[in-house]
Design a binder for this molecule. Structure first.
Ligand SMILES: Cc1cc2nc3c(=O)[nH]c(=O)nc-3n(C[C@H](O)[C@H](O)[C@H](O)COP(=O)(O)OP(=O)(O)OC[C@H]3O[C@@H](n4cnc5c(N)ncnc54)[C@H](O)[C@@H]3O)c2cc1C
Length: 714
């Protein structure tokens, strides 16, 4: 209502300006004819004249009324160059700021919310380069100022940046106009002010900030590359170090666009995902799920079922799955795609020279895709025992009797559940009050319940403080993990310890000492929004830079790093992290995209929650998988999806529908209006949208419709 009143007032003001013919007073011929009289009034009432002039100028610019240039000339004619310029620049800045605020207050939020996805790139550009854009617009007199004021109000530029830049951007133009105004009597028309010489000066000024930026960047680059001899020509367009998810995709894209690309891998093609990460863990999860289903045979109508198995066979199946997938990431495949594959450890000798197996070659661009490795905390006694990490657990030959798992993140939870289902007595130790900290508490507690039901001994709020070696207890383990909880010691005996407390970036040994590739505090590589390190021709993607440690996030970044490195001279793309989904493959699976409730609260974002209980879903009931939830966060009163969490069977697959919706700005109404096959788990997505719709039933309209039906029956 407030906004409507304000808009009406502004419209009324502008309309009355024209209806009452007020614009005649801001006409060049008029002020020229009245110059003597106005000057005489100023002589008699200097302060009053200044106040009136200032107020009129502020009003005209605030409400985008044409006439600012005429007023500037008048200022020169009456007040002279210095006082005139002083008054005009301050009045213009205040007026421009009011116009900017009005536009932001009346339209800014609506436009930003409505076109959030489309404006993302523009907003990012304005946040980074806003002052440069504004300065250019202010300096070039081809853009009407009132349009600049309104447009800037719709962008996320900070008010202080806007005010300061506007002040300095308008200064030159103001002084030129006011100066010409001092000769008002000799001036024939306003258009006569902009002579070719003045135009030239304006254009030079407008390009000055960009030229300055170019020079600053060149100086920065010169400094960073100082001491290195840039080769005159290069052996490759792109050298990619590391053949994991990030490196494979980067090199594939480069080859697809016909660049000469070399991919170097020191260990195994496919990196962690294929050899020690996603693939083996998902293969083991499948075997563990099978045995869990067998152990619950009665649920499926069987009196009982029993499986004899040898743990070694389960682990060889895991290796078999890796072997089956290996060809997808193999040297043969990538060579056939046009990538030159090299086996060996790569070392960066300078920003363009890579050494592999004592041979050096040059590349115009380099992508560091060296991944991450398990982080092993400095727990006293840990270095004295043979513990496992996600790198080594796949070589385990015997099913442990007592297994301790350190860490309640995705890797710790997935593997703890697997080993418990296969028959180990697993204790999961987590120092936080709960597991899966990146999910909402209610979601994490669903997984906790499931782990406990599978026999996992869950110790949250427990900090591992020491490993005591060789404390044999009967049938209980060989070593002991000492944990503290509220000052009390808890002993966890184990014969196998899996350390899964996080992963740290690999890579500082990739470059020689004369290079100083910047790293963040946590060891990941510092990159800009184009994925460039501090050496602009060296890019990074995947786990080595983060922020996500996921295969599909690595592949997503790979596109940006290879395209930006090869075509950055023409156009660079800012990496877009707005819709990154992930899934923890415990049972139940937990899949997630966008905001969860906790994040929305932390960021003070208003939201509504719609929930659908998968226990109600026909297919889930038929499959004995009737548990879990689809939880959707939407903008209050709107069907715009802010985030989704799905807990349940195949949640990782189900979330894709919401990922597509979020990526392409489709709301819950669109999901509700889409046919889903009956009976499928995917129907849960539609029912969650239905829950939202039910909560937003147009009650008033329905009561009218009811009246219509009553009337129709008569
Ligand atoms: C147990 C586990 C389960 C996982 N499950 C999933 C999952 O279900 N879904 C998911 O999305 N993600 C999962 N991940 C994460 C996923 O594996 C990683 O995000 C992904 O592998 C990262 O790919 P990358 O290319 O950045 O690094 P990596 O796969 O680690 O590849 C980096 C490669 O660089 C090589 N290298 C390093 N230094 C050099 C050098 N100097 N010269 C030559 N080569 C070098 C390494 O040998 C390695 O092969 C899991 C991880 C683990 C550990």
């Amino acid at each position: 209502m407030k906004k409507i009143i304000l808009v009406s007032a502004i419209i009324a003001l502008i309309v009355s300006f024209f209806v009452f013919d007020l614009h005649q007073y801001l006409d060049f011929a008029y002020i020229k004819s009245k110059q003597q009289a106005i000057a005489a009034y100023y002589q008699a009432n200097p302060l009053q004249s200044i106040i009136i002039f200032f107020a009129v100028y502020v009003l005209a610019t605030s409400f985008s009324i044409p006439g600012a240039s005429i007023l500037s000339l008048l200022a020169g004619a009456i007040f002279g160059l210095f006082l005139g310029s002083f008054l005009v620049i301050f009045a213009a800045t205040i007026g421009a700021t009011i116009a900017f605020w009005l536009a932001r207050y009346l339209l800014g939020n609506t436009i930003q919310e409505r076109y959030a996805d489309k404006l993302k790139t523009i907003n990012a550009g304005v946040e980074k380069d806003g002052a440069f854009y504004l300065l250019t617009l202010r300096l070039l007199p081809i853009f009407p100022f009132f349009i600049i004021n309104v447009l800037m109000g719709l962008t996320p530029i900070r008010t202080i940046t806007y005010v300061v830049t506007s002040f300095f951007g308008m200064l030159a133009g103001t002084m030129i106009y006011v100066n010409v105004g001092t000769q008002l009597a000799n001036l024939e028309s306003v258009s006569g002010i902009l002579t070719p010489k003045i135009w030239g000066a304006f254009i030079l000024l407008a390009f000055f900030p960009w030229i300055a930026k170019f020079i600053i960047n060149s100086i920065k680059n010169r400094r960073i590359y100082a001491g290195f001899n840039k080769p005159k020509s290069f052996d490759y367009n792109l050298a990619v170090i590391g053949a994991g998810s990030a490196g494979l995709v980067s090199s594939y894209i480069a080859a697809a666009v016909k660049a000469k690309v070399v991919l170097i891998e020191k260990h195994k093609m496919g990196g962690d995902c294929l050899n020690t990460g996603c693939v083996p863990s998902k293969a083991l999860i499948r075997s563990a799920k099978f045995i869990s289903q067998v152990n619950h045979a009665e649920k499926y109508g069987f009196k009982n079922a029993k499986v004899d198995f040898d743990f070694k066979d389960v682990m060889s199946r895991v290796q078999g799955v890796i072997k089956d997938i290996e060809p997808h990431d193999s040297v043969e495949r990538y060579t056939s795609l046009g990538v030159e594959c090299m086996q060996g450890e790569a070392k960066l000798k300078n920003p363009w020279t890579v050494e592999v197996n004592s041979k050096s070659f040059t590349s115009k661009n380099i992508i560091l895709a060296t991944g991450a490795e398990p982080f092993v905390p400095p727990i006293p006694g840990l270095d004295k025992i043979n513990y496992y990490t996600s790198d080594t657990i796949w070589n385990i030959e015997e099913l442990p009797k007592n297994m301790a798992v350190l860490g309640g993140g995705p890797i710790g939870c997935e593997l703890a559940q697997c080993f418990a289902r296969l028959g180990a007595q697993v204790t999961l130790v987590e120092m936080a009050p709960r597991i899966m900290l990146m999910e909402d508490t209610e979601i994490a507690s669903m997984v906790e319940k499931s782990l406990i039901a599978d026999g996992v001994n869950l110790l949250t709020n427990h900090t591992a403080s020491e490993i005591r070696q060789g404390e044999v207890r009967q049938n209980e383990g060989i070593d002991t993990l000492v944990c503290t909880n509220d000052g009390e010691e808890k002993l966890v005996p184990f014969d196998a310890l899996l350390v899964a407390v996080g992963r740290k970036a690999r890579g500082s040994d990739v470059w020689s000492e004369n290079l100083n590739v910047e790293q963040r505090k946590n060891g990941t590589l510092e990159v800009n929004e184009f994925l460039q390190t501090n050496y602009p021709n060296i890019y990074a993607c995947g786990d080595v830079t983060g922020p996500y440690q996921l295969t599909h996030a690595a592949a997503h970044q790979a596109w940006y790093s290879s395209v930006n490195s090869l075509f950055g001279a023409f156009k660079k793309f800012r990496v877009d992290y707005s819709v990154i989904p992930w899934c923890t493959f415990t049972e139940p699976e937990v899949a997630h995209v966008g905001l969860n409730e906790q994040q929305a609260k932390d960021k003070n974002i208003e939201y509504e929650v719609s929930r659908f209980d998968i226990a109600e879903l026909d297919r889930a009931i038929a499959d004995e998988e009737a548990h879990g939830i689809v939880k959707v966060l939407t903008k209050p009163g709107k069907d715009k999806i802010l985030g989704v969490t799905i807990v349940g069977d195949h949640a990782g697959d189900l979330i894709s529908e919401y990922v597509t919706a979020m990526k392409h700005g489709l709301g819950l109404n669109k999901i509700l209006g889409t046919i889903h096959i009956y009976p499928t788990l995917a129907e849960a997505n539609k029912y969650a949208a239905g829950e939202w719709k039910r909560a937003h039933t147009p009650e008033r309209l329905l009561s009218w419709i009811e009246k219509f039906h009553t009337y129709a029956r008569k």
